[in-house]
Unconditional design. Sequence first.
Lengths: 440, 298
Amino acid sequence: MKSTKITLLIATVLSTVMLSACGQAGSNNNATNSPKADTNTAGDGKEVELRVAWWGGQARHDKMNKLFDLFEEKHPNISVAREFTTENQYAEKINTQAAGGNAPDVIQTSSFFQHDFVTRDLMLELDPLVESGDLNTADFDPVDIGGGTVDDKLYAMSLGHNITGVLHNTAMFKKAGLELPKNNWTWDEYVASAKALQKSLGEDAWATEDEGGVYRTLELFIQQRGKSVFKDKGLGIEKQDLIDWFTFWDQMRKDGLTPPPSIQAEQGDKTQEQSMLARGKVAMISKSSNQLKIYQGSAKDELGIVSYPMDPNGKKDIPLIVASLGITKDSKHPKEAALLINFVVNDPDAAAIFKGEHGPQASKKMQEVIKPLLGAPEEKEYAFIGAMMASSKPYPAMPEGSTSVQKLLLSSNESIAFGKKSIPQAVDEFFQQADQILNR
Amino acid sequence: MSTLFNSKRWLWIIPYLFLTPWLIGILVFSMIPILTSLYLSFTNYNFVSSPDWVGLKNYLTLFNQDPQYVQAIKVTFTYVLVAVPLELMFALALALLLNKGISGLGVYRALYYVPSLIGGSVAIAILWQQVFGEHGIVNQVLGYAGIDMPSWVGTPDYAIWSIIFLKVWQFGSPMVIFLAGLKQIPQDYYEASSLDGAGRVKQFIHVTLPILSPIILFNAIMQIISSFQAFTPAYIISNGTGGPVNSTLFYTLYLYQNGFGNFQMGYASAMAWLLLIIVACFTGIIFFASKKWVHYED
C-alpha cells in the first residue's frame, strides 16, 4: 500500500516538473519561432549545418522555408537551420548573438543595419569569395553592388532593392471618387486626397496611419530639405524642421485623418498580416516598395503604390534601400555559406520561389527568369522602381544610439498626440535627449 | 605515531570537496559576471572596442541628464507599490476563503496557481495585449456595463494598469503560501478570543494577522524583488518601446534598450548596479520596519 502511494506521489511530482519545464521552454520559443531545432550536427565529415537568420512576417517565413528546402535537396550534405524574427527586434538579436560568439552563419542585412554591422566587425569581406568564383556578381546592377558595399569593400550580396512609397487601397480611392495618385504628387495633393478619403470612410477607418513618429518617413521629409536626420555622430536636422514635421502630423490628427492615438499606439509595429492596411482600417501607409505584394497577400482590396509626397520646391532624391545576405565573420563554413547565398541570388529555381521578395533582384539574368512569373502587385512595384530609380541615392548611415533616437521620435509624437506636451516643448526635449543619447 | 598522514586530520576538507562543483558554478556564472558588470559600469563599452574607463560619468548622467531614467524609476516604483499590495490582498482574501474547508480545495488551489506558472511567459503577455486592447475582452465586458474605455495598452494613463493586473492575476503563488500559514494557526486562539467576545473582524486583526506576519513579510519581500525585475510583460505589451509615451518604460526594459538596443553596455551596467542598490535599500527598510509588526511564534 505504502509503496503505491509513494510511486503515485513521485509520478505526480515528476509530471508536474516536466510539464512546467516544457511550459517554460515552449513559451520561450514563441519569440524566435524557429521550426527546426538548433542542434549542431557538424562534426561528421562533410555534413555541414548552416544557420541562417532573417526578418519578416509569416508569408516571408514560408517563402524562405521553401527556398531552403530546395537548397537542401540540391545539396544533401548541407542542412539549413532557420532562425527568424520580426524586423524591429532583428538588429538587437544579431548584435547580441555576435557579442556572445553565437551569430548565425548567414544573416540578412539591409541599408539600415549594414553600416552598424560592419562597424561592429560582424561581417566577412566578400571580395575574396567573389574572386574565387564562389559568389557571382557578374551581371549585378551597380546600385545593388553599391548597396552591399561599405568603405569600398563588399560585405553583402543584394537580395533586391526598394524605395519607400505610399501603399494605398485603390478601392477606397475609387469609392471616394478620387483619381489614383501619380508619382511625384505634392504634399498638398496628399492632404487633399486624405480629406476626400476620410469623408467617404466615415468613422471606422482612416485616411492614413499616424506617421509622425516613424523615423523612415521623417528621413524622406528631411531629404527633401537637402538634409538627413543623422549626420556623422549627431543630428543633422534643426528644431524648425522637427517643428514643421510634428505640426503637419498634429494637423492631420486634428482633422481626423489618422487613427486616434490610443489605437495607433496599440497597433505599434505589427506585421503585414495584422496591419491596418490589410485589415481595411486605413487607406494609405508608407512602406518599402517590395512590401506591396506582401500586403496585397493579406488585403482584400487591390493595393497600389505611389511615390512619397514631394515638396515641389525641394530636393527630389530618394534614398534607396537594399536588402542583402551576408556572412558573419566567425562563421566556420564560409564556403558553404557562399554556396547558399549564391544559390539564393543566382539560381533560376531559387529565383522562381524568391520572386523578388525584396524588390527587383540584383542579377539581370534572374530578373529575366522571374519576369513571366510576376503577378500584378510585382508589376506595379517594378514599374514604380523603374520610374523612381533615376532620382535615388544610397541610404544615409546611422550612428550608434540611433535606435534610441528612433524610439524617442515615436514617444515624442505620442506625447503630442495624447496632449501631454506642446509641440515646441516636445521638440526642445527631443533635441536635448537625442544629443545626450548620441554623445554618451 | 604518524600524525601527518592520519586520515582523520583531513576530514575537514571533505565537505568543501563536495561543495566544489557548486562553488565553481557560482563563481563562473554569478560572481565573475557580477564583478565584471561592476567594472563595466565605470566604462564605456559597446562590444566592438575594449572598455573605456570613464569613472562615475555613467552614474552622474543617469541622475542628472536622463529624463527617461527618472521616468523608468517612476514607472517601476508605481508598479511595485501598487501591484504588490493588491496581489497580496487578493492572495490573502482567497486563502481565507479557501481555508473555510470547501470541498474540492485541491482543485481550486491548482487552478489559482496555474497563472503563476505561466504568467511570466511570452505567450501570456501577447494574449494580454489582445485582452486589454481596443476591442479586447476587458473592454467588451466593460461595454456591457456601459463603461466606454479606449484601448488600455494604447493609452498612456491606462497601459501600466494592464501590466499591474497581469501581476495581480498571478496571486496563486503567494496564496498557496498563505494557505499553508493559515493552517498552522492553532484553533485554540480563535476559541479563546471568541470566548472573550471578539467578533470576526477583531479575530482577523488580532489573531490571524499577527500570526501570519512572518509569512506576509516573506511574501512581500519575494513579490517586491520579483516586481522590480519584471521585464517580459513590459517588453511584449509595449512592443519593446516602453509603451505609449514611456508609460510602461520599466527599469529593466530601459536597461535592455540601452544595453542591447544602443550597445551602451557601461551605461546599462551602471543601471543594473543602481537597481541592486535600490532593491537592497527597499529590502533593508522592510526588514528594519519588520521588527515593529512581525511577530514570531516561539
